[in-house]
Design a protein around this ligand. Structure first.
Ligand SMILES: Nc1ncnc2c1ncn2[C@@H]1O[C@H](COP(=O)(O)OP(=O)(O)OP(=O)(O)O)[C@@H](O)[C@H]1O
Ligand SMILES: [Cu+]
Ligand SMILES: [Mg+2]
Length: 702
């Protein structure tokens, strides 16, 4: 625990973010904020962790207060061998117990108040009920015994009060630690995601630098589909920007010259040049924090189910407690015995293990995922994954490396050399985040050619790009666009190039076909075995690609994928996802590009490749940080194992209550079995320990 100090601090941040307040942080105000260390207290919400303060300190101080109580007071009216008392020791116990109740019990009392304010009694209310009843009844016993000289000795519950509070604090401390560790692991992972900005240097050339190195006053190029790296002002270009990540406003805003842009917002289809006004760090960190915050904010359905169970238990405890009081009073006519039974029921009903059952598993599972390169933004995805029937995968960048190399480039027009064709393409590709752009730019560098300047650049999703060079309209387009627009091209040549596995892009100048570039890619090493394993699990792989039919066919055949949809527009990808879903199938989609984003959102589970575009990453529920398609399998098995642990833990957690409440009420009193709060507390801690161990032994593969 060398990082203890750190944890406490981070802890706080995550909790804040768990409530989703991150959205309201505008980078303008946050510039100086380092790693978000200055969050102020936001209140509201039912998250237990919100009002707990420093549980570690609370636990140890309470432990010191409790030791004398445990030594000086009796357990269920009986003295244990190590216990003793002296004249006046009752007074010591009363004072210490009072301090303990208000100091150690405060987090729970506050939590209960919050739950009751929201008219939704659950865990905290149940715990508070238990400790309050124990305290109040014990004070009554003390007064009756010591001040009113009651003829019979009334049993107090100070011993039980102390142990209950201790166990409660310990449990919640463990829980929060586990959750915050998971948060830290997530954050470390998120920081590994590529975060580069394209800086335009004095001489007009561009360079990719780490966001942290971007300085105020520099010019950065923001390509279509990329996140705006820093706050700044547009000095060239026009685009639409989605600022929902930072402002919460979900509609795209059209922006042009001299308009302000906010770091962390997502660029639409235009490429823009931005002069940096805010440092890169604030934008970058807020992005990471945002990612982590979202991951923590997500409450899974099972998690809220444990809240429901807690709520139910609260009412059950109340009803059974009052019922026990009435019945025992009728049976014995002794109000003290009746009260004792009621108090025992209320104390024992505490659903401690239940409260830990789900959070511990989710915490373990997210951190396990993070350690293995799975950034799970939406925990719901872990639950849905076990039902997946179909996995739709995009080709470029997902199944293939997206590491294109130019195999051929040609001019169809005698006024342009083939180098000029390549050069015109490069002038647009410089502004693109598409994998196909890399090959072209590499080739230009290899040939040592300079790139002409292009303006008014827009991305045509699923088609290519458009811009102006030397006053002429220049487009890079796909074969499907050529066909759709009835622009003629050499079919035989195209077929020959594409069936060799080339992605072919055409160059249009003022809508006239000028030339083409053919680029080849490699299939990712792990892709084949991943597909084999999916098929073995009965999951159907489907390829969705914007690339041409021939290439798609070649790749699909090598991988053993039967269902292939090619030459798709982004909206087609989404439509196909929808069609499969309408057949009642659970669809997972894996993608990396701008053209995958709508499909990722539509799918039951959207999975983005870590090296992919920012829009894809934002749209996804899960990110494969290592960009390794094999991690899809890890995600599936993690999901399965997580699910199993959750169900097991719910049973272990609820099982204690199912047994303990009736026993505490005295249903088996007839055969001499009456559960005391102390024995109850032991069982409670036992079930808590079981639940915790069970969660900690979660593995990705089993
Ligand atoms: N920046 C670009 N440079 C060159 N061609 C492009 C560019 N963007 C799109 N295209 C053309 O449009 C086609 C479709 O592009 P899209 O991004 O939809 O799919 P893809 O990335 O090729 O394939 P996948 O959907 O499998 O990732 C490409 O195959 C290419 O012909
Ligand atoms: Cu408990
Ligand atoms: Mg792609």
């Amino acid at each position: 625990m060398s990082e203890n100090k750190h944890h406490e601090h981070d802890h706080h941040n995550h909790d804040m973010m768990a409530e989703g307040h991150m959205h309201h942080h505008d980078n303008h105000e946050n510039q100086k904020e380092h790693a978000g260390h200055e969050h102020h207290d936001h209140s509201g919400g039912m998250d237990h962790s919100m009002h707990m303060g420093n549980l570690k300190v609370k636990f140890f101080v309470s432990l010191i207060l409790s030791i004398p109580i445990i030594l000086l007071s009796t357990m269920m009216g009986k003295q244990l061998p190590f216990q003793f008392s002296f004249p006046g020791s009752d007074w010591v116990v009363l004072v210490l117990a009072t301090a303990l109740f208000f100091y150690g019990g405060m987090p729970f009392l506050k939590g209960a108040k919050m739950e009751l304010d929201m008219k939704s009694p659950a865990m905290m209310t149940l715990i508070s009920l238990g400790i309050s009843v124990a305290y109040v009844y014990s004070v009554y016993a003390f007064i009756a015994n010591n001040l009113l000289n009651s003829p019979v000795h009334i049993m107090d519950f100070f011993w039980e009060l102390a142990t209950l509070i201790l166990i409660m604090l310990l449990g919640h401390w463990i829980e929060m630690n586990a959750i915050s560790n998971a948060g830290n692991a997530l954050q470390k992972m998120a920081e590994l995601l590529p975060n580069l900005a394209t800086v335009i240097k004095e001489d007009g050339s561009t360079e990719e630098v780490s966001l942290k190195e971007v300085q105020v006053g520099q010019k950065v190029l923001v390509k279509a589909g990329e996140k705006v790296p820093t706050d700044g002002i547009i000095i060239e270009g026009k685009t639409s920007i989605n600022e929902s990540m930072v402002t919460g406003e979900s509609k795209d805003v059209v922006k042009g010259l001299h308009d302000k842009v906010i770091g962390g917002s997502v660029n639409g289809s235009g490429a823009i040049t931005v002069e940096v006004t805010g440092t890169g760090e604030s934008g970058y960190l807020s992005q990471v924090m945002e990612l982590v915050g979202n991951a923590q904010k997500e409450k899974s359905r099972v998690e809220s189910m444990s809240d429901k169970v807690a709520k139910m238990l609260f009412y059950v405890a109340l009803v059974v407690g009052i019922g026990a009081f009435i019945i025992w009073y009728v049976l014995t006519k002794d109000i003290n015995i009746a009260l004792e039974r009621m108090v025992t029921v209320l104390i024992i009903a505490c659903p401690h293990a239940l409260g830990l059952a789900i959070p511990l598993v989710t915490a373990k599972s997210t951190s396990l995922g993070a350690k293995n390169g799975l950034l799970i933004k939406n925990r719901q995805a872990l639950e849905t994954a076990k039902k997946v029937d179909v996995i739709m995968m995009d080709k470029t960048g997902t199944l293939t490396e997206g590491n294109f190399a130019v195999n051929d480039y040609l001019s169809f027009d005698s006024t342009y050399t083939k180098e000029q064709v390549l050069g015109l393409m490069a002038s647009l590709e410089q502004n693109s985040s598409h994998p196909l752009s890399v090959g072209v730019l590499k080739k230009m560098e290899e040939l040592n050619l300079s790139i002409p300047q292009a303006t008014d650049i827009t991305n045509l999703p699923g088609i290519g790009m458009e811009g102006t060079v030397d006053g002429k309209d220049v487009k890079i387009v796909s074969v499907s666009y050529m066909k759709q627009q009835h622009i003629s091209f050499d079919n035989d040549l195209f077929n020959q190039l594409s069936s060799q596995g080339n992605s072919v892009s055409f160059l249009l100048v003022d809508n006239k076909s000028i030339g083409l570039v053919a680029q080849g890619d490699q299939i990712k090493e792990e892709a084949k075995s991943m597909i084999d394993r999916l098929l073995a699990q009965g999951i159907k792989p489907v390829m969705l690609t914007g690339d041409n039919r021939q290439v798609a066919g070649v790749v699909a055949k090598q991988l053993g994928i039967e269902a292939v949809h090619a030459e798709l527009m982004p909206e087609d990808k989404e439509k196909i996802v929808k069609e499969y879903k309408e057949k009642g199938l659970v669809v997972m989609m894996v993608g990396d590009g701008v053209n995958d984003a709508p499909g990722l959102v539509r799918a039951d589970i959207g999975v983005a490749i870590g090296a992919g575009t920012d829009v894809a990453i934002d749209s996804a529920d899960v990110i494969l940080v290592k960009s390794n398609p094999f991690d899809i399998l890890h995600f599936l098995s993690l999901s399965k194992n997580t699910q199993r642990k959750m169900v097991q833990n719910l049973w272990w957690g609820a099982g204690y209550n199912i047994l303990a409440i009736p026993l505490a009420a005295g249903v088996l009193a007839g055969i001499g079995i009456v559960l005391s709060p102390a024995v109850g507390a032991i069982f409670m801690s036992l079930s808590t320990v079981i639940v915790a161990i069970n969660a900690m032994t979660l593995r990705i593969k089993e």
